[in-house]
Design a protein around this ligand. Structure first.
Ligand code: PLP
Length: 397
Protein backbone atom coordinates (compact mmCIF):
# COMPACT_ATOMS: atom_id res chain seq x y z
CA UNK A 1 0.00 0.00 0.00
CA UNK A 2 1.28 3.48 -0.86
CA UNK A 3 2.40 5.77 1.93
CA UNK A 4 1.01 8.65 -0.08
CA UNK A 5 -2.56 9.88 0.28
CA UNK A 6 -5.06 9.08 -2.45
CA UNK A 7 -5.56 12.83 -2.84
CA UNK A 8 -1.92 13.35 -3.76
CA UNK A 9 -1.68 10.23 -5.87
CA UNK A 10 -4.45 11.61 -8.09
CA UNK A 11 -2.36 14.68 -8.93
CA UNK A 12 -0.29 14.77 -12.12
CA UNK A 13 3.27 15.97 -12.19
CA UNK A 14 3.54 19.17 -14.15
CA UNK A 15 3.43 17.97 -17.76
CA UNK A 16 6.20 20.38 -18.66
CA UNK A 17 8.62 18.71 -16.24
CA UNK A 18 9.58 15.86 -18.56
CA UNK A 19 10.52 18.43 -21.20
CA UNK A 20 12.56 20.59 -18.82
CA UNK A 21 14.32 17.51 -17.52
CA UNK A 22 15.21 16.36 -21.04
CA UNK A 23 16.26 19.88 -21.95
CA UNK A 24 18.62 20.02 -18.96
CA UNK A 25 20.08 16.62 -19.84
CA UNK A 26 20.85 17.73 -23.39
CA UNK A 27 22.40 20.96 -22.11
CA UNK A 28 24.52 18.99 -19.67
CA UNK A 29 25.82 17.04 -22.67
CA UNK A 30 27.04 20.35 -24.06
CA UNK A 31 24.26 20.89 -26.62
CA UNK A 32 23.08 24.40 -27.30
CA UNK A 33 19.35 24.34 -26.59
CA UNK A 34 17.17 27.40 -27.18
CA UNK A 35 14.53 27.39 -24.49
CA UNK A 36 11.13 28.69 -25.58
CA UNK A 37 9.44 26.61 -22.93
CA UNK A 38 9.65 29.08 -20.09
CA UNK A 39 6.73 30.96 -18.57
CA UNK A 40 8.48 33.98 -17.13
CA UNK A 41 9.76 37.37 -18.31
CA UNK A 42 13.46 37.35 -19.17
CA UNK A 43 13.70 40.80 -17.54
CA UNK A 44 14.92 41.60 -14.06
CA UNK A 45 12.78 43.20 -11.36
CA UNK A 46 12.84 47.03 -11.68
CA UNK A 47 15.36 48.84 -9.46
CA UNK A 48 12.87 50.86 -7.39
CA UNK A 49 11.09 47.66 -6.39
CA UNK A 50 14.33 46.01 -5.30
CA UNK A 51 15.27 49.17 -3.39
CA UNK A 52 12.02 49.02 -1.41
CA UNK A 53 12.80 45.42 -0.43
CA UNK A 54 16.33 46.28 0.66
CA UNK A 55 14.95 49.14 2.73
CA UNK A 56 12.44 46.78 4.36
CA UNK A 57 15.28 44.50 5.43
CA UNK A 58 17.32 47.40 6.81
CA UNK A 59 14.24 48.68 8.64
CA UNK A 60 13.87 45.23 10.24
CA UNK A 61 10.51 44.52 8.66
CA UNK A 62 11.21 40.90 9.35
CA UNK A 63 8.54 39.83 11.82
CA UNK A 64 5.33 37.89 11.24
CA UNK A 65 3.03 39.91 9.00
CA UNK A 66 -0.79 39.82 9.15
CA UNK A 67 -2.13 36.69 7.40
CA UNK A 68 -3.97 38.47 4.53
CA UNK A 69 -1.19 41.03 3.89
CA UNK A 70 -0.23 44.43 5.29
CA UNK A 71 -3.13 46.92 5.22
CA UNK A 72 -1.03 49.24 3.05
CA UNK A 73 -0.57 46.51 0.44
CA UNK A 74 -4.24 45.54 0.42
CA UNK A 75 -5.11 49.22 0.01
CA UNK A 76 -2.62 49.51 -2.87
CA UNK A 77 -4.34 46.56 -4.58
CA UNK A 78 -7.75 48.27 -4.16
CA UNK A 79 -6.40 51.47 -5.66
CA UNK A 80 -4.92 49.56 -8.57
CA UNK A 81 -8.24 47.80 -9.27
CA UNK A 82 -10.05 51.13 -9.13
CA UNK A 83 -7.55 52.80 -11.47
CA UNK A 84 -7.29 49.99 -14.01
CA UNK A 85 -10.77 48.48 -14.02
CA UNK A 86 -12.90 51.07 -12.18
CA UNK A 87 -13.81 48.40 -9.63
CA UNK A 88 -14.56 49.25 -6.00
CA UNK A 89 -13.19 46.82 -3.43
CA UNK A 90 -12.57 47.23 0.29
CA UNK A 91 -9.22 46.17 1.70
CA UNK A 92 -11.01 43.39 3.62
CA UNK A 93 -11.84 41.75 0.28
CA UNK A 94 -8.17 41.47 -0.72
CA UNK A 95 -6.06 38.47 0.34
CA UNK A 96 -2.39 38.48 -0.57
CA UNK A 97 -0.75 35.08 -1.10
CA UNK A 98 2.55 33.54 -2.18
CA UNK A 99 2.08 33.96 -5.93
CA UNK A 100 -0.88 33.77 -8.27
CA UNK A 101 -0.76 29.99 -7.98
CA UNK A 102 -1.27 30.12 -4.22
CA UNK A 103 -4.16 32.58 -4.66
CA UNK A 104 -5.83 30.22 -7.13
CA UNK A 105 -5.30 27.26 -4.81
CA UNK A 106 -6.87 29.13 -1.89
CA UNK A 107 -9.84 30.18 -4.01
CA UNK A 108 -10.52 26.70 -5.38
CA UNK A 109 -10.17 25.02 -1.98
CA UNK A 110 -12.38 27.67 -0.40
CA UNK A 111 -15.25 27.16 -2.84
CA UNK A 112 -15.22 23.61 -4.24
CA UNK A 113 -16.87 20.69 -2.47
CA UNK A 114 -16.27 17.07 -3.51
CA UNK A 115 -18.17 16.34 -6.72
CA UNK A 116 -18.65 20.00 -7.69
CA UNK A 117 -18.12 20.73 -11.37
CA UNK A 118 -15.69 23.36 -12.59
CA UNK A 119 -15.95 24.52 -16.19
CA UNK A 120 -12.54 25.13 -17.75
CA UNK A 121 -12.13 26.23 -21.38
CA UNK A 122 -9.24 24.41 -23.10
CA UNK A 123 -6.47 25.15 -23.74
CA UNK A 124 -5.99 26.04 -20.08
CA UNK A 125 -3.10 26.69 -17.75
CA UNK A 126 -1.88 23.34 -16.44
CA UNK A 127 -2.46 23.97 -12.75
CA UNK A 128 -6.23 24.56 -12.84
CA UNK A 129 -7.29 20.95 -13.34
CA UNK A 130 -4.84 19.70 -10.72
CA UNK A 131 -6.12 22.14 -8.10
CA UNK A 132 -9.67 21.07 -8.87
CA UNK A 133 -8.60 17.45 -8.32
CA UNK A 134 -7.03 18.43 -5.00
CA UNK A 135 -10.38 19.90 -3.95
CA UNK A 136 -12.06 16.66 -5.14
CA UNK A 137 -14.05 18.58 -7.73
CA UNK A 138 -14.58 17.56 -11.34
CA UNK A 139 -13.16 19.56 -14.24
CA UNK A 140 -15.52 19.96 -17.18
CA UNK A 141 -13.33 20.81 -20.16
CA UNK A 142 -14.74 22.83 -23.04
CA UNK A 143 -12.58 22.74 -26.19
CA UNK A 144 -11.97 26.14 -27.74
CA UNK A 145 -9.66 25.81 -30.72
CA UNK A 146 -7.89 28.30 -32.96
CA UNK A 147 -10.96 28.75 -35.20
CA UNK A 148 -12.65 30.53 -32.27
CA UNK A 149 -9.43 32.24 -31.21
CA UNK A 150 -9.28 29.85 -28.22
CA UNK A 151 -12.21 31.62 -26.50
CA UNK A 152 -15.37 30.09 -25.09
CA UNK A 153 -18.67 31.24 -26.54
CA UNK A 154 -21.78 31.93 -24.43
CA UNK A 155 -23.46 28.94 -26.13
CA UNK A 156 -20.60 26.64 -25.10
CA UNK A 157 -20.80 27.94 -21.54
CA UNK A 158 -24.56 27.46 -21.40
CA UNK A 159 -24.23 23.91 -22.74
CA UNK A 160 -21.58 22.98 -20.14
CA UNK A 161 -23.62 24.12 -17.12
CA UNK A 162 -25.34 21.42 -15.05
CA UNK A 163 -26.97 21.56 -11.60
CA UNK A 164 -23.55 20.56 -10.17
CA UNK A 165 -21.63 23.44 -11.75
CA UNK A 166 -19.99 25.50 -9.03
CA UNK A 167 -17.21 27.39 -10.80
CA UNK A 168 -15.99 28.71 -14.13
CA UNK A 169 -12.30 29.46 -14.62
CA UNK A 170 -11.48 32.19 -17.15
CA UNK A 171 -7.92 33.28 -17.95
CA UNK A 172 -7.49 36.44 -20.00
CA UNK A 173 -4.92 37.23 -21.36
CA UNK A 174 -4.34 33.51 -21.65
CA UNK A 175 -1.50 31.17 -21.00
CA UNK A 176 -0.92 29.27 -23.34
CA UNK A 177 -2.53 31.19 -26.24
CA UNK A 178 -2.18 34.92 -25.51
CA UNK A 179 -5.87 35.33 -26.45
CA UNK A 180 -7.95 37.95 -24.67
CA UNK A 181 -11.68 38.32 -24.20
CA UNK A 182 -13.02 41.73 -25.20
CA UNK A 183 -15.49 43.54 -22.94
CA UNK A 184 -18.26 42.57 -25.40
CA UNK A 185 -17.27 38.91 -25.33
CA UNK A 186 -17.24 38.95 -21.53
CA UNK A 187 -20.69 40.54 -21.53
CA UNK A 188 -21.88 37.58 -23.64
CA UNK A 189 -20.64 35.18 -20.94
CA UNK A 190 -22.04 37.44 -18.21
CA UNK A 191 -25.54 37.15 -19.69
CA UNK A 192 -25.37 33.38 -19.09
CA UNK A 193 -23.77 33.71 -15.65
CA UNK A 194 -26.41 36.15 -14.37
CA UNK A 195 -28.95 33.34 -14.76
CA UNK A 196 -26.79 31.11 -12.54
CA UNK A 197 -26.05 33.11 -9.42
CA UNK A 198 -24.54 30.11 -7.62
CA UNK A 199 -21.69 29.80 -10.14
CA UNK A 200 -18.50 31.50 -9.00
CA UNK A 201 -16.10 32.78 -11.66
CA UNK A 202 -12.41 32.46 -10.94
CA UNK A 203 -10.91 35.10 -13.21
CA UNK A 204 -7.14 34.69 -13.60
CA UNK A 205 -5.84 38.04 -14.83
CA UNK A 206 -2.13 37.58 -14.13
CA UNK A 207 -1.09 38.79 -17.62
CA UNK A 208 -3.28 41.92 -17.50
CA UNK A 209 -0.33 44.32 -17.88
CA UNK A 210 1.16 42.53 -20.88
CA UNK A 211 -1.17 43.49 -23.72
CA UNK A 212 -0.61 44.85 -27.21
CA UNK A 213 -3.22 47.42 -28.10
CA UNK A 214 -6.24 45.59 -26.68
CA UNK A 215 -7.49 46.87 -23.34
CA UNK A 216 -7.71 44.26 -20.63
CA UNK A 217 -11.25 43.67 -19.38
CA UNK A 218 -12.54 41.61 -16.47
CA UNK A 219 -15.79 39.72 -15.91
CA UNK A 220 -15.93 41.53 -12.56
CA UNK A 221 -16.70 44.72 -14.52
CA UNK A 222 -19.87 43.28 -16.03
CA UNK A 223 -22.96 44.74 -14.45
CA UNK A 224 -24.16 42.87 -11.38
CA UNK A 225 -21.49 40.19 -11.67
CA UNK A 226 -18.81 41.36 -9.24
CA UNK A 227 -20.30 39.37 -6.35
CA UNK A 228 -19.90 36.19 -8.39
CA UNK A 229 -16.26 36.81 -9.30
CA UNK A 230 -12.99 35.99 -7.58
CA UNK A 231 -10.50 38.19 -9.39
CA UNK A 232 -7.03 36.70 -9.18
CA UNK A 233 -3.86 38.53 -10.09
CA UNK A 234 -0.25 38.86 -9.01
CA UNK A 235 3.00 40.64 -9.61
CA UNK A 236 5.00 37.80 -11.17
CA UNK A 237 4.49 38.62 -14.83
CA UNK A 238 3.68 42.33 -15.09
CA UNK A 239 6.55 43.42 -12.83
CA UNK A 240 9.02 40.62 -13.65
CA UNK A 241 8.74 39.38 -10.05
CA UNK A 242 8.33 35.62 -10.48
CA UNK A 243 10.78 34.77 -7.70
CA UNK A 244 9.25 37.12 -5.12
CA UNK A 245 6.00 35.15 -4.87
CA UNK A 246 3.19 37.65 -4.60
CA UNK A 247 -0.36 37.08 -5.79
CA UNK A 248 -3.73 38.31 -4.61
CA UNK A 249 -7.46 37.85 -4.90
CA UNK A 250 -10.21 40.42 -4.78
CA UNK A 251 -13.32 38.51 -3.82
CA UNK A 252 -16.75 38.63 -2.20
CA UNK A 253 -16.15 39.13 1.53
CA UNK A 254 -17.18 35.64 2.67
CA UNK A 255 -14.83 34.01 0.15
CA UNK A 256 -11.99 36.37 1.11
CA UNK A 257 -12.55 35.44 4.76
CA UNK A 258 -12.51 31.72 3.91
CA UNK A 259 -9.22 32.12 2.02
CA UNK A 260 -7.82 34.04 4.97
CA UNK A 261 -8.82 31.20 7.30
CA UNK A 262 -7.19 28.59 5.06
CA UNK A 263 -4.03 30.64 4.65
CA UNK A 264 -3.89 31.27 8.39
CA UNK A 265 -3.64 27.54 9.03
CA UNK A 266 -1.50 26.68 6.07
CA UNK A 267 1.17 29.27 5.24
CA UNK A 268 0.36 32.49 7.17
CA UNK A 269 1.09 35.87 5.63
CA UNK A 270 3.64 36.03 2.81
CA UNK A 271 7.24 37.19 3.11
CA UNK A 272 7.41 40.68 4.63
CA UNK A 273 10.20 41.81 2.29
CA UNK A 274 8.15 40.80 -0.75
CA UNK A 275 5.19 42.75 0.60
CA UNK A 276 7.19 45.97 0.81
CA UNK A 277 8.50 45.35 -2.71
CA UNK A 278 4.90 44.80 -3.85
CA UNK A 279 3.73 48.07 -2.30
CA UNK A 280 6.44 49.89 -4.27
CA UNK A 281 5.51 48.04 -7.45
CA UNK A 282 1.81 48.84 -7.19
CA UNK A 283 2.11 52.46 -6.07
CA UNK A 284 5.13 53.74 -8.01
CA UNK A 285 5.91 54.13 -11.71
CA UNK A 286 4.81 51.42 -14.15
CA UNK A 287 7.30 52.71 -16.70
CA UNK A 288 9.62 49.63 -16.53
CA UNK A 289 6.59 47.36 -17.06
CA UNK A 290 5.52 49.42 -20.07
CA UNK A 291 9.01 49.18 -21.55
CA UNK A 292 9.07 45.42 -21.01
CA UNK A 293 5.67 45.08 -22.69
CA UNK A 294 6.82 47.20 -25.64
CA UNK A 295 9.75 44.80 -26.03
CA UNK A 296 7.43 41.77 -25.90
CA UNK A 297 5.25 43.44 -28.53
CA UNK A 298 8.20 43.70 -30.93
CA UNK A 299 9.12 40.10 -30.28
CA UNK A 300 5.57 38.91 -30.80
CA UNK A 301 5.52 40.57 -34.20
CA UNK A 302 8.89 39.07 -35.04
CA UNK A 303 7.86 35.55 -34.01
CA UNK A 304 4.60 35.75 -35.97
CA UNK A 305 6.46 36.97 -39.03
CA UNK A 306 9.02 34.15 -38.74
CA UNK A 307 6.41 31.47 -38.07
CA UNK A 308 4.43 32.60 -41.12
CA UNK A 309 7.33 31.36 -43.23
CA UNK A 310 6.81 27.78 -42.03
CA UNK A 311 4.40 25.91 -44.29
CA UNK A 312 1.40 24.29 -42.65
CA UNK A 313 1.48 26.13 -39.30
CA UNK A 314 -1.68 27.98 -38.35
CA UNK A 315 -1.19 30.82 -35.88
CA UNK A 316 -3.49 33.37 -34.25
CA UNK A 317 -2.35 36.92 -33.46
CA UNK A 318 -2.27 36.98 -29.67
CA UNK A 319 -3.02 40.39 -28.14
CA UNK A 320 -1.55 39.55 -24.74
CA UNK A 321 0.89 37.53 -22.57
CA UNK A 322 4.11 36.25 -24.19
CA UNK A 323 3.08 33.03 -25.87
CA UNK A 324 2.07 31.83 -29.32
CA UNK A 325 0.19 28.59 -29.74
CA UNK A 326 0.49 27.47 -33.36
CA UNK A 327 -1.55 24.59 -34.71
CA UNK A 328 0.88 21.89 -35.83
CA UNK A 329 -1.63 19.24 -37.01
CA UNK A 330 -0.13 19.36 -40.52
CA UNK A 331 2.99 17.69 -39.10
CA UNK A 332 1.33 15.05 -36.93
CA UNK A 333 1.35 11.56 -38.42
CA UNK A 334 4.60 12.30 -40.28
CA UNK A 335 7.79 10.36 -39.67
CA UNK A 336 11.36 11.05 -38.68
CA UNK A 337 13.17 7.91 -39.85
CA UNK A 338 11.01 5.10 -38.47
CA UNK A 339 9.54 7.16 -35.67
CA UNK A 340 5.99 8.41 -36.20
CA UNK A 341 5.29 11.83 -34.71
CA UNK A 342 1.85 10.90 -33.48
CA UNK A 343 0.94 13.84 -31.26
CA UNK A 344 2.07 17.22 -29.91
CA UNK A 345 4.16 15.61 -27.16
CA UNK A 346 6.09 13.57 -29.75
CA UNK A 347 6.57 16.72 -31.80
CA UNK A 348 7.79 18.79 -28.85
CA UNK A 349 10.23 15.99 -27.94
CA UNK A 350 11.40 15.80 -31.56
CA UNK A 351 11.92 19.57 -31.74
CA UNK A 352 13.96 19.32 -28.57
CA UNK A 353 16.12 16.31 -29.42
CA UNK A 354 16.62 16.99 -33.14
CA UNK A 355 15.97 20.74 -33.45
CA UNK A 356 17.41 21.72 -30.06
CA UNK A 357 14.49 24.00 -29.23
CA UNK A 358 12.43 23.52 -26.07
CA UNK A 359 8.68 24.15 -26.47
CA UNK A 360 5.65 22.75 -24.64
CA UNK A 361 3.18 20.29 -26.14
CA UNK A 362 -0.40 21.52 -26.50
CA UNK A 363 -1.63 18.35 -24.79
CA UNK A 364 -0.11 19.69 -21.55
CA UNK A 365 -2.72 22.45 -21.78
CA UNK A 366 -5.56 20.09 -22.63
CA UNK A 367 -5.64 20.70 -26.40
CA UNK A 368 -3.99 18.30 -28.84
CA UNK A 369 -2.52 19.47 -32.15
CA UNK A 370 -0.65 22.56 -30.91
CA UNK A 371 2.64 23.58 -29.30
CA UNK A 372 3.33 26.57 -27.08
CA UNK A 373 6.26 28.86 -27.75
CA UNK A 374 7.20 31.51 -25.24
CA UNK A 375 8.76 34.64 -26.70
CA UNK A 376 10.24 35.73 -23.37
CA UNK A 377 13.65 35.35 -25.03
CA UNK A 378 15.99 37.67 -26.93
CA UNK A 379 15.40 38.43 -30.63
CA UNK A 380 18.55 36.49 -31.52
CA UNK A 381 17.34 33.44 -29.67
CA UNK A 382 13.91 33.72 -31.27
CA UNK A 383 15.40 33.92 -34.77
CA UNK A 384 17.63 30.90 -34.11
CA UNK A 385 14.79 28.93 -32.55
CA UNK A 386 12.29 29.47 -35.34
CA UNK A 387 14.93 28.75 -37.98
CA UNK A 388 15.68 25.45 -36.21
CA UNK A 389 11.99 24.59 -35.91
CA UNK A 390 11.52 25.28 -39.61
CA UNK A 391 14.39 22.99 -40.53
CA UNK A 392 13.30 20.23 -38.18
CA UNK A 393 9.72 20.31 -39.47
CA UNK A 394 10.93 20.24 -43.07
CA UNK A 395 12.84 17.04 -42.27
CA UNK A 396 9.61 15.18 -41.37
CA UNK A 397 8.30 12.95 -44.12
N1 PLP B 1 -1.87 31.91 -13.85
C1 PLP B 1 -1.31 31.74 -15.06
C2 PLP B 1 -2.18 31.72 -16.25
C3 PLP B 1 0.08 31.59 -15.18
O1 PLP B 1 0.63 31.42 -16.38
C4 PLP B 1 0.86 31.59 -14.01
C5 PLP B 1 2.31 31.37 -14.07
O2 PLP B 1 2.85 30.79 -14.99
C6 PLP B 1 0.22 31.78 -12.79
C7 PLP B 1 -1.13 31.93 -12.74
C8 PLP B 1 0.97 31.74 -11.47
O3 PLP B 1 1.79 32.77 -11.27
P1 PLP B 1 2.72 32.84 -9.97
O4 PLP B 1 4.11 32.64 -10.47
O5 PLP B 1 2.48 34.22 -9.45
O6 PLP B 1 2.30 31.79 -9.02
Amino acid sequence: MSQISARLLSLSESATLAMSQKSRELQAQGLDIVNLGVGEPDFNTPEHIKAAAIKAINDNQTHYPPVPGYPELRKAVCERLKRDLNLDYEAAQIIVSAGGKHSLANAILAVINPGDEVIIPAPYWVTYTELVKLAEGKSVIVNCDIEQDFKMTPAQLEAAITPRTRMLIINSPSNPTGSMYSAEELEGLAKVLRKHKDIIVLSDEIYDMITYGQKHASLAQCEGLKDQVILCNGLSKGYAMTGWRCGYIAAPLDIAKACNKLQGQFTSGICTITQYAAIAALTQSDEPSRKMTAEFHKRRDLVLQLLAEIPGLKTSTPPGAFYVFPNVSAYLGKKFGDKVIANSMDLAMYLLTEGHVATVAGSAFGLEGYIRLSYAASEDKLRTAVERIKKALAALK
